[in-house]
Design a protein around this ligand. Structure first.
Ligand SMILES: Cc1ncc(COP(=O)(O)O)c(C=O)c1O
Length: 398
């Protein structure tokens, strides 16, 4: 039997696949599934973006050819203009913007472009699995930086041991955060990160796909707004959540040319980039009036309010997040001892509700679950009724 590579085998078990299997079984039994599992937006892409894609495919057959892998000039110019308008960050579109087949692709390949076996990456945890799995696949060593509620789910930089900080090559951050939905209140934390990165010579990767899924007037910053951030860090953006374009597979990374050039080089050996018609429609998404973003956030905000207050009524207190489409909830009392995976498995079997176990986001996610507010508005009431019934069981069945 030929074994897959050690790198692949050394990945931690993918806990979500257990939930996916149960979900498929439930579908096969025709159970009524309410899926709050994956952060996969249920709203369609705004019509003006779809129209631009259709027109482009129809009218411009040149877009059917291989694309420009680093991004078409129009795409890179639109991304740079958007960064300027949205954050006041000026970039050279030629050299400081790189198109990605979604930020997941970009982050995983960024790890491969930078890490050699044994290189250390500091990874905030709980976190988006690609931040640690990307490091492992590249042969690197993950050093988890615990994110805890008492520090508002931000890494406590002062608690990172000197030896670990000295050994680290890369550090991953993500605010607004998946899965905790935490945000930075202002630029202070990013300023501390820049000082820390300079002191220990660490490359900061800020993953910012939720910057425009924000509520209650909160405005998320860019890491690159902080003086000196460009010397030490790059920032990843995605169209998946902001414009409901998760299936289109498009994003971009920005930063100093010397920091993003290795990723461009690495990708040039692997892929041909984002289809040209997708790039042009995505560029239009950034350039067109941005009213759709407010509408999208508003719809999540309404769901958030309904779900947080509904959960409180059935005795499950959950923080109201200022951003993202997630609720990050501590397991209710009476359900903590068997852990988040058992809780989610039982919930699915008993009620048909799919949510994500905190343990799937790494060791520091245990004790929590994540609910993604991505199902039709009229399903949340039903979800609450079912949850209420489930919580009254007061114990997890074997
Ligand atoms: C923190 C974070 N980064 C990156 C991604 C991936 O986004 P994309 O669809 O651009 O690959 C996600 C998706 O859920 C995410 O939560």
């Amino acid at each position: 039997m030929i074994e897959p590579s050690k790198k692949l085998s050394s990945l931690p078990p993918y806990l979500f696949s257990r939930i996916n299997t149960l979900k498929l079984e439930a579908h096969a039994k025709n159970l009524d599934v309410i899926d709050l599992g994956m952060g996969n937006p249920d709203f369609p892409t705004p019509p003006h973006i779809i129209e631009r894609l259709c027109e482009t495919v129809k009218e411009h057959p040149r877009t059917h050819r291989y694309p420009q892998a680093k991004g078409m000039p129009k795409f890179r110019a639109a991304a740079a203009e958007w960064m300027e308008k949205r954050f006041g960050v000026s970039l050279n579109p030629e050299k400081e913007v790189l198109a990605l087949i979604g930020s997941k692709e970009g982050i995983a390949h960024f790890c491969m472009a930078y890490l050699d076996p044994g290189d250390v990456a500091l990874v905030g945890n709980p976190g988006y699995p690609v931040h640690f799995n990307g490091v492992i696949l590249a042969g690197g060593t993950v050093e988890y930086v615990p994110l805890k509620p008492e520090n508002k789910w931000l890494p406590d930089l002062a608690k990172i041991p000197e030896k670990t900080a000295r050994a680290a090559k890369i550090m991953f951050l993500n605010y607004p955060n998946n899965p905790t939905a935490a945000v930075v209140d202002d630029l202070k934390f990013f300023e501390e990160v820049v000082a820390f990165a300079k002191k220990y010579d660490i490359l900061v990767v800020h993953d910012n796909p939720y910057c425009d899924i924000t509520f209650d007037g909160y405005v998320a910053p860019s890491f690159l707004q902080v003086p000196g951030a460009r010397d030490v860090g790059v920032e990843f953006f995605s169209f998946s959540k902001t414009y409901n374009m998760a299936g289109w597979r498009v994003g971009f990374v920005v930063g100093d040319q010397k920091l993003i050039a290795p990723l461009e080089k690495f990708k040039s050996f692997l892929d041909y980039g984002v289809p040209s018609f997708v790039q042009l429609a995505a560029a239009w998404a950034l350039k067109a009036p941005q009213d759709c973003i407010k509408e999208i956030s508003k719809r999540y905000e309404v769901r958030r309010d309904a779900m947080v207050s509904g959960l409180a009524k059935i005795g499950w207190q959950v923080d109201k997040p200022k951003a993202t489409m997630y609720l990050w909830a501590q397991l209710p009392e009476g359900f903590r001892d068997k852990g988040s995976l058992a809780f989610c498995e039982n919930l699915l079997k008993e009620t048909g509700i799919v949510i994500a176990p905190g343990a799937g986001f790494g060791p520091y996610g245990e004790g929590y679950v994540r609910m993604a507010l991505v199902t039709h508005d009229n399903r949340f009431h039903d979800a609450l009724l079912r949850l209420n019934k489930f919580l009254k069981l007061k114990e997890i069945k074997k």
